[in-house]
Design a protein around this ligand. Structure first.
Ligand code: PEP
Ligand code: MG
Length: 756
């Protein structure tokens, strides 16, 4: 008989047992008989979790008097070890295992061989299925597989019969239990407490035994098709991907998605009588076990990719496709994901979303910028967090220390809560600076503005007392819409923003789409071929070619600012002609509105972002035409260092407080001397205290930063004497020290200026 046929026979008998009208205990009794028989084992037993202990619920071969009497702690004996580690044991001689424990009431001393598999539901062991035999022989692989398949079906039976209550399930055991502290990269500071929620929820398999094998085969076939389509689409949209590693990952995905072996194994599992979902999970379990034996870090990485794909396949086949955002958050939540796009993050309910943990991510990735604007702490580059955390686990996220604590102990939790309260006090202290003007000690007025992009962000202006909005990222409206926002809608947003700003200055940046800001409705053949999207067809480059887009936005901005001052900034200007071309679009629209006697803005100022290094070399040609320049250090850094801002591998490699960046920026400051051009910095760099101190040192007097940083930066400004830091910086940039960051830190410390 083939392996599939014998497994099928077992499943058929199990199916009959499950469908029978007997009560649960009788069903379990029948199951142990069936399995014992099929595997020619004298003993077959089922242990189930009750009140935190594993209790012998049914047995063939052990003393019946031991049923409901023999109980083992999780982690105790072989059975407890299986439950604790959620892993299979297969031993020729049970007594040789270090965890072996003898229970006299069972009469098991005469049995030598032992095999056991965990019965798993929602990633936790709710019981253990064991077989024993007098001959000292290891069970064969097909037998172990039959046991594992049986355990899957049993999990369903046990759940349906209510044999394990959910309280027990919530208590223990699980793949990872007890407190665990993971470290990652600090992407957005702050503290958060909440329950773990997977961005892509795990599917709990409700039906394991197939009613109609042909139908299951068809379901899995269609799901494979659909998954392959998705992967191909992802690959062809790589221009908006997350950069760097994504290509390699996609290649691996493709390899798995088209892997004949994988689909064949799933089909075999279906042949044995499982539903499509159960078959995929079954094959996945088997692969997991094999991989665990190999212990190769490279393979482990690939394993994550395969897990990802298997989860995707299960979601497709079961029709449970929504993200956690679409399902809605029901409590304070910490979102766990491999990576996210900015638009995906924006779908979450801000009141419930307290923090984000990513396996990837970098400081200037747009999803991180959006989270920062939302005031949501983020930790990135936490390896395999999705494998360590369970949905619903309590999570403490410390964005200041870069740690994620899973399932904290009571002591750790209360210490964290105390820190949380203190940080709230600190925030309240910053809030007091709201109406205080940021003058340095030597009397320089520093303009502290904020970055925004969502309608609600504007409210932060009055809350923080920022001087205005130095960067309004208009593309965020495009990111959160399902289609291209109509001109009227755009105009309405700009009008609302100006209303809410109550006369404070707002600098609108025209759309910066592309790079890591993906828009499904704006793609083209040119973009699809972009291998390096950050340096590709994005921002002004795209807008100038998609003239309709630029025209509509120009008109919307002119209309939205009717009767008021309009400040327009163009992103990614690399050469002066691009500014001219963009301004021409505005001039044409202005003429059009004038001709129709529409009310016009009271004044229009044009500026550029300096974020492509080439512009710095020809700035003198453009300066006479500009009212302002804003240095976008996020992009500028990636271009200066040739280091993709979205690539997590490079996230910590280059330092903003380094001579290369600071010398470059100082040169830009010097080029602007003598022109009536307002110069500032609007990259993430300006919102960090040490970096801001360095910027003041090279002569920057306007910062536009994330709202949460306005208070801390105002406080910093008030402690700085720009002459002092200017002089120190001149010395360091003339003769750069080994570690400029450390020098600057020491300098600040000596003057009692807090910079962390
Ligand atoms: C920048 O590049 O520094 C910037 C502020 O713009 P964005 O982050 O939106 O590219
Ligand atoms: Mg930029």
């Amino acid at each position: 008989m083939t392996a599939a046929a014998s497994a099928r026979q077992i499943l058929t008998s199990l199916h009959e047992v499950m469908a029978s009208r007997t009560h649960a205990q009788a069903k379990l009794n029948q199951v142990v008989e069936t399995i014992g028989e099929a595997l020619s084992s004298e003993v077959c037993s089922i242990y189930l979790l009750r009140e935190g202990m594993l209790e012998l619920y049914a047995t063939r071969g052990l003393n019946q008097a031991a049923v409901h009497v023999t109980r083992l702690g999780v982690g105790e004996g072989l059975t407890g070890t299986i439950a604790q580690n959620i892993e299979t044991l297969n031993l020729a001689e049970a007594a040789t295992h270090p965890e072996f424990q003898y229970k006299p009431e069972t009469g098991e001393e005469k049995f030598h061989s032992f095999a056991g598999v965990p019965i798993v539901r929602r990633e936790r062991a709710i019981g253990v299925l064991t077989v024993q035999h007098t001959d000292p022989r290891k069970y064969e692989e097909v037998e172990i597989e039959a046991l594992q398949t049986t355990a899957m079906v049993l999990a369903e039976l046990i759940h349906n019969a209510g044999l394990v209550d959910s309280e027990d399930l919530d208590r223990l055991p699980e793949a990872h239990s007890g407190q665990e502290v993971l470290t990652g990269l600090k992407l957005v500071k702050g503290l958060a407490i909440g329950q773990a929620v997977f961005h892509q929820p795990r599917v709990t398999i409700e039906q394991t035994v197939a009613e109609d094998i042909e139908a299951e085969r068809q379901r899995v076939y269609l799901a494979f098709d659909r998954m392959r389509e998705q992967i191909d689409a992802m690959a062809s949209q790589a221009e908006f991907g997350v950069g760097g590693e994504h290509e390699q990952v996609l290649e691996t995905y493709k390899m798995f998605a088209y892997d004949e072996g994988w689909s064949r194994r799933i089909n075999e599992a279906i042949d044995s009588g499982l539903t499509a979902e159960a078959a995929i999970e079954r094959v996945q379990q088997r692969t997991r076990m094999r991989m665990r034996e190999i212990q190769d870090p490279l393979l482990a990485d690939r394993m994550h990719d395969l897990e990802d794909l298997a989860n995707r396949l299960i979601r497709i086949v079961s029709g449970q496709l929504g993200t956690a955002a679409q399902k809605g958050l029901t409590q304070d939540s910490i979102l766990v994901a491999k990576n996210l796009g900015p638009a995906e993050l924006l779908e979450y309910d801000k009141r419930r979303l307290k923090g984000v943990v990513l396996e990837q991510g970098s400081l200037t990735a747009h999803v991180v910028i959006v989270a920062r604007a939302m005031g949501i702490p983020v930790i990135g580059r936490v390896a395999n967090v999705r494998g360590m955390v369970r949905e619903g686990d309590e999570v403490l996220l410390d964005g200041d220390a870069g740690t994620v604590t899973l399932r904290p102990s009571a002591g750790v939790l209360s210490a964290f809560e105390a820190r949380f309260a203190r940080s709230k006090e600190k925030r309240a202290a910053y809030a007091k600076l709201r109406d205080v003007e940021p003058f340095t000690r030597d009397g320089e007025r520093i303009e502290v503005m904020m970055n925004a992009g969502l309608r609600d962000d504007v409210g932060m202006l009055s809350m923080t007392g920022a001087d205005g909005i130095g960067l309004y990222r208009t593309e965020f409206q495009f990111l959160v819409s399902a289609q291209l926002p109509q001109r009227e809608r755009q105009a309405r947003l700009y009008r609302d923003v100006l209303d809410a700003a109550k006369g404070k200055k707002v600098i609108f940046r025209t759309v910066d789409i592309g790079g890591d800001k993906s828009l499904p409705y704006i793609s083209s053949e040119a973009a699809k071929e972009d291998e390096n999207p950050a340096m590709g067809w994005r921002a002004l480059r795209l807008a100038l070619e998609r003239e309709g887009l630029m025209k509509a936005q120009a008109r919307a901005l002119l209309e939205g600012a009717a009767g008021r001052e309009l400040n327009v900034m163009f992103p990614m200007v690399s050469e002066p002609w691009e500014f001219d071309a963009a301004k021409k679009v505005f001039d044409q629209q202005l003429a059009y509105l004038k001709g129709r006697k529409h009310q016009l803005p009271s004044a229009i100022n044009y500026g550029v972002m300096l974020e492509v290094p080439s512009l710095a070399e020809v700035l003198d040609l453009l300066l006479p035409k500009l009212s302002f320049i804003s240095i976008g250090t996020n992009d500028l850094t990636q271009f200066l260092f040739a280091a993709d801002r979205a690539n997590p591998m490079l996230a910590e490699r280059y330092d903003w407080v380094s001579p290369a960046i600071l010398r470059f920026l100082r040169r830009v400051v010097q080029s602007c001397v003598g022109y009536p051009v307002d110069l500032g910095v609007c990259g993430e760099m300006g919102g960090r205290r040490l970096e801001a101190l360095a910027l003041l040192g090279i002569g920057i007097r306007r910062l536009s930063i994330t709202p949460a940083a306005v208070g801390p930066i105002k406080e910093l400004v008030r402690k700085v004497d720009t002459r002092d830091i200017g002089e120190a910086m001149r010395g360091w940039l003339a003769n750069p020290p080994q570690d400029l960051r450390a020098e600057l830190q020491a300098w600040a410390q000596a003057r009692e200026i807090e910079v962390e």
